[in-house]
Design a protein around this ligand. Structure first.
Ligand SMILES: [Zn+2]
Length: 249
């Protein structure tokens, strides 16, 4: 009976994979078809702790890599976790979440991040989860903050409090996509502040700062700096995808 109802629902309200467009059938929950999800190369035992970028097989755990070697001052974070590189299906998923209105993609991205946080012992080193805020105008334009969607599900999976009202983006910064690395840095340098009256929530806490995509790391670094200025003891980063420099986001 249940199968019949599902079958009828599929006929009336056809669902499609948010990446491949293939119709989803039966008990395929979506929003991504299983064969598409399997294409994502989730970071394994070879990764960079500084920027989260996956490394080639056998490289192991490194403290800097060719993507972050020019950022030896770091990103203001103790360690960054990334599901994978901003390419292929993972890139398509980030785009579907950010620009395609496919909010449920956040579920798959946060599940991978949660697994990585457990595998790397990050879960025992953080007290709360903080999403990268959007400026209120961007939030209004899009209708939602994609980083907050990931952060909410990640906080639930890690059983940590979600602090989604402590950090605010004061300026509607220029879109980073067309800017050079130096421009990106100055564009976001003072974009973040801790909301007045919320320093108590941060004081002495170790936080996991969540964003969808990390390119140069300028945004993450600026937000981490604001959190620490606001009293946080330490900041870790969790991003769905780590993009190489110059990639258009
Ligand atoms: Zn790196």
């Amino acid at each position: 009976m249940r199968a019949l109802v599902d079958g009828l629902l599929d006929l009336m309200l056809p669902r499609h994979c948010a990446v491949s467009g293939r119709p989803l059938i039966g008990d395929e929950a979506g929003p991504i078809a299983p064969e598409v999800l399997r294409e994502v190369q989730v970071a394994g035992a070879d990764y960079c702790t500084r920027c989260g970028a996956p490394q080639g097989p056998g490289v192991g755990v490194v403290k800097d890599c060719n993507l972050c070697r020019d950022y030896l001052q770091g990103f203001g974070t103790r360690e960054i976790v990334a599901v994978g590189l901003y390419t292929g299906v993972l890139k398509e998923m980030c785009l579907a979440l950010k620009f395609g209105g496919e909010r449920r993609v956040a579920g798959a991205l946060s599940a991978w991040l949660a697994q990585l946080c457990f595998d790397r012992g990050i879960v025992g080193r953080i007290d709360a989860v903080v999403p990268m805020p959007l400026h209120v105008i961007r939030r209004f334009e899009r209708g939602y903050n994609q980083a907050a969607l990931i952060a909410r599900e990640l906080a639930a999976a890690l059983e940590k409090p979600l602090l989604d009202d402590v950090l605010q983006r004061e300026r509607a910064t220029r879109r980073q996509a067309k800017l050079s690395a130096a421009q990106r840095k100055s564009n976001v340098a003072d974009a973040f502040t801790v909301r007045s009256g919320r320093s108590d929530a941060l004081s002495g806490k170790r936080l996991l700062l969540v964003d969808d995509v990390m390119t140069t790391g300028a945004t993450l670094a600026a937000a981490a700096r604001a959190l620490k200025k606001g009293g946080a003891k330490g900041v870790y980063g969790a991003v769905a995808a780590r993009a190489p420099l110059g990639d258009d986001i």
